[in-house]
Design a protein around this ligand. Structure first.
Ligand code: GLU
Length: 301
């Protein structure tokens, strides 16, 4: 089977070093397997996403030589596919309306950052038999039981979706489709066989596996990369200019140095010296990628 990797940023800001590292790792892994690599813009949450930010992200990726094989998929244009998936789940009795307030749900409305504290939906509306309204907040009745899955970087994993996410929101009351639905529908639509993403999303994998099963979609392989932190291990925040290419260029760090550092941090190079994309490929192997967090260079901050 052909290997197809993907990078799926949300266009809510500039790509930071951690995003760029994920993009590079997904590209290297796909190419090392002789496969293709595609980009998807996860702009399903139209209130938070901007197409101009998406275009800027694509330019940053291109500056590192990372270009999608085939057209970039924009989730904001995929409502028909998401609706069809919802219909299928509805028909199987796997959806229920949720009347929990916006405030309760604020943390779950977009791509979750689970390292900030898991907040599984406690199932408040699961047994309430509320009527279906239009448009409505809809949740997936995630089947009971743990899911076994394999992380390319971390080995065998076993997670209970009820403990990590609870029943995920698939459609919001404001008419937006939600992250979990869009991500599984589009990974399948793009033929993705391998998902490389940040460790902050590790906890949603079992839930997404259940959704794939319910929709009859294949389960890709997963790898969850350690995060890039500020020196000393604290979180790289938006305040650090999120350490994107523009800020780094301003500090005199060009794309070749960024690429060299990223490649080194992924185990492809012995030293963090300037490099071109092709120079990183021969040294890439999941067995050499460190599983833990990596600190950004102090002189880049
Ligand atoms: N769009 C998500 C994010 O930028 C990534 C989703 C995924 O890789 O599954 O956090």
């Amino acid at each position: 089977m052909e290997c197809i990797g993907r990078f799926a940023p949300s266009p809510t800001g500039e790509l930071h070093l951690g995003n760029l590292r994920t993009a590079l790792a997904s590209w290297l892994s796909a190419r090392a397997g002789g496969g293709r690599w595609v980009i998807r813009m996860e702009d399903v949450d139209t209130a938070r996403c901007r197409s101009t930010l998406g275009e800027a992200q694509l330019r940053d990726l291109a500056a590192l030589g990372l270009e999608s094989d085939g057209p970039v998929l924009w989730q904001s244009r995929r409502a028909g596919a998401y609706q069809a998936a919802l219909q299928r789940l509805f028909g199987a009795g796997l959806l229920y309306p949720c009347a929990c307030t916006r405030k309760d749900l604020a943390a779950m409305a977009s791509a979750p950052h689970l390292d900030e504290g898991l907040r599984p939906y406690p199932g408040t509306c699961r047994h309430r038999a509320l009527p279906f309204l239009r448009p409505d907040a809809l949740r997936f009745r995630v089947p009971d039981g743990a899911v076994d899955w394999e992380d390319l970087l971390r080995g065998p994993q076993r997670d209970d979706p009820a403990a990590l996410t609870g029943d995920p929101l698939l459609h919001r009351r404001d008419g937006c489709y939600a992250y979990h639905l869009a991500v599984v529908v589009d990974d399948a639509a793009q033929g993705v066989t391998e998902v490389v993403r940040g460790l902050d999303l590790r906890g949603v994998t079992a839930t997404q596996a259940r959704l794939q099963e319910a929709l009859g979609l294949p389960r890709p392989a997963y790898a969850h990369l350690g995060l890039v932190t500020a020196p000393g291990g604290s979180r790289l925040g938006k305040r650090d200019g999120a350490l994107g290419l523009a800020l780094l260029a301003h500090r005199g760090v060009d794309p070749a140095r960024v690429l060299g550092w990223l490649g080194w941090s992924l185990g492809c190079l012995e030293r963090p010296e300037p490099a071109r994309l092709e120079e990183l490929l021969p040294g890439f192997s999941w067995s050499r990628v460190p599983a833990g967090p990596v600190e950004a260079p102090a002189d880049w901050i």
